[in-house]
Each structure stands twice: as structure tokens, then as C-alpha cells.
Design a protein around this ligand. Structure first.
Ligand code: MG
Length: 160
């Protein structure tokens, strides 16, 4: 069995007047991600990890932020499209693991809802969608609440 790993990273600036959507869940927050799409940092890093593992480029190539088609689009829809491409290329997902770095709110209570959004799209059991949250201990742009970041690794099997 061929196994391929991919790494994804994303960061978004946090600004007033936008929803904070992470893992497809709208979170209580007075700031949200500045982005062309809904700014879902977790799903964007997940998409880049999947595309990287599949040798299919990156999110910017597939969904350019200059394309009005993707304005305010749900990132879960982008993930659905990426999974269709990966399946067509013969890949299945084995597991994913993500670390979201954000000062507030605490994300742990929302992990079950995020897994319920992501697992069916990925075609894996919810316990194979690793989710962790860290703060940046008050350091730097993330620590001061100006940004949210996320790292993801994804493991695929199959493909050419
Ligand atoms: Mg992004």
C-alpha cells in the first residue's frame, strides 16, 4: 500500500465584523477571519495537507482569491471539491491531525461539532480527525489576538 503524507499551514488576520468559523462551526467571538472565502483556517490548512499528500498543488491554485466565484464560499464546500479530486486520483484518507493556534475562545467544546462536519467529507471515522488547540501564550500576532493559525498533517493511501 502506498502511503503519502502532506503538511498544511494557514493563518488569517482577525478583524471586527466577520464571523469566526473554524472547522465549519460558527464560534462566539467579536472578531472573525479576514478572507475571500469564509476564512476557515482549519479547513484551509487541511486542504493544503490533502493536496500536498496527493501531489495536487495547493489551495491557492485550486481556489484563487481573485475569483469572485469563491467570495464568502463555505470552506467545507472547497474541501468537498478537493476530496472529489483526490478520490478521482485514487486516494483515500487514513487520518488527519490539526493544531489550531488561537487565544480565544476555547475550542475543545466545539471539537465534536467540527469532527461531525469534517469526518463525512474526509470519508473517515470522527476519531481519525485529530483536533488540538493551543494558545500562543500572549506572544506575537496570534498571542495578541490579531490572528489565528493552524497546522495540519494528512495521511493518504493509494494514488499513482
Ligand atoms: Mg486561508
Amino acid at each position: 500500500m502506498k502511503i503519502k503524507a502532506g503538511l498544511g499551514y494557514d493563518l488569517h488576520r482577525l478583524v471586527p465584523g466577520r464571523k469566526l468559523i473554524i472547522g465549519g462551526v460558527s464560534l462566539p467571538s467579536d472578531v472573525g477571519c479576514l478572507a475571500h472565502s469564509d476564512g476557515d483556517v482549519l479547513v484551509h490548512s487541511l486542504i493544503d495537507a490533502l493536496l500536498g499528500a496527493g501531489g495536487l498543488g495547493d489551495i491557492g491554485q485550486w481556489f484563487p482569491d481573485t475569483d469572485p466565484t469563491f467570495k464568502d464560499i463555505s470552506s467545507l464546500e472547497l474541501l468537498r471539491r478537493v476530496m472529489a479530486e483526490l478520490r478521482q486520483a485514487g486516494f483515500t484518507v487514513l487520518n488527519t491531525d490539526s493544531v489550531v493556534i488561537l487565544e480565544k475562545p476555547k475550542l475543545g467544546p466545539y471539537f465534536p461539532a467540527m469532527r461531525a462536519n469534517l469526518a463525512p467529507l474526509l470519508g473517515i471515522d470522527p476519531d481519525r480527525v485529530g483536533l488540538k488547540a493551543k494558545t500562543s501564550e500572549g506572544v506575537g500576532e496570534v498571542g495578541s489576538g490579531q490572528a489565528v493559525a493552524c497546522w495540519t498533517v494528512a495521511l493518504l493511501s493509494g494514488g499513482g
